[in-house]
Design a protein around this ligand. Structure first.
Ligand SMILES: [Zn+2]
Length: 247
């Protein structure tokens, strides 16, 4: 019992409206299918492009830091080398052992610094080169993603243009059919449609629900055939209309 105190004409008109909405929904689903997941693909590409861009910015910053460290270490290396030369010259003019020891200690420190700066220069230069190479590859991949996105968008626009008119027309017709319908019935239909393969209404086929082929009790079959009430299949939930109403 879905509608109370409905006349057979009201029952038939509601079932006819539901059936028309079902036909329209199947056509709308077909249009959706034709668009072939393009909107999702475009969305996915947009997200990947954003990820690439963020990655490239971060790695480029890292490359800049490495270059900066290499450059600064170059200056410090030059200073350390100058100091070493200066100490070597000073060695010629020392007069005491203490002076000699002090200068050789300074020399050792300068040599250690030279080694450290050379290592820093080498590590950071290599890292900067490595990053630059990687960035070049990523930039090329990013360009490809951008091209893919443009072509998917164009394809989508073309398909949208092709189907837009029909879709609008179907939606207008759907709106008109829905007007005569109790909103509760429409909500039930839509819930079942979404849960059951896009179909929320079926016909009575012999003694069974045409949607799931569950048997319908004889007294219910009579109610359906005489349009005394709108009946939803107890097994699948689809509304069941007699053949005579839909065809
Ligand atoms: Zn069923």
């Amino acid at each position: 019992m879905i509608i109370q105190d409905a006349t057979p004409e009201q029952v038939r008109s509601a079932l006819r409206a539901l059936s028309e909405i079902q036909e329209i929904d199947l056509e709308l689903a077909e249009i959706e299918e034709e668009r072939g997941g393009l909107p999702e693909q475009v969305q996915l590409l947009t997200e990947r492009i954003a990820e690439y861009e963020a990655f490239i910015v971060a790695k480029d910053k890292e490359r800049e830091v490495s270059e900066k460290v290499a450059g600064e270490s170059g200056h410090k290396l030059a200073v350390a080398r100058e100091k070493l030369t200066k100490y070597q010259e000073q060695l010629y003019s020392v007069t005491t052992t203490r002076e000699y020891d002090a200068i050789t200690t300074e020399q050792e420190t300068a040599k250690r610094e030279i080694n450290d700066f050379e290592a820093l220069i080498s590590t950071n230069t290599n890292r900067a080169i490595e990053l630059a190479q990687m960035l070049e590859d990523k930039q090329a991949e990013l360009e490809q993603l951008r091209k893919d996105k443009v072509s998917r968008e164009e394809e989508l626009e073309r398909k949208l243009r092709d189907t837009e008119g029909l879709e609008k027309e179907l939606l207008v017709r759907r709106g008109q059919a829905a007007k005569v319908l109790n909103p509760r019935l429409l909500a039930h239909y839509e819930r079942i449609r979404d849960a059951k393969d896009g179909r929320g209404i079926a016909t009575l086929v012999g003694e069974a629900c045409g949607g799931c082929f569950a048997l319908i009790p004889p007294q219910t079959q009579v109610i359906i055939k005489q349009s005394r009430d709108i009946y939803a299949c107890e097994a699948c939930g689809r509304f069941i209309a007699p053949d005579s109403v839909i065809n």
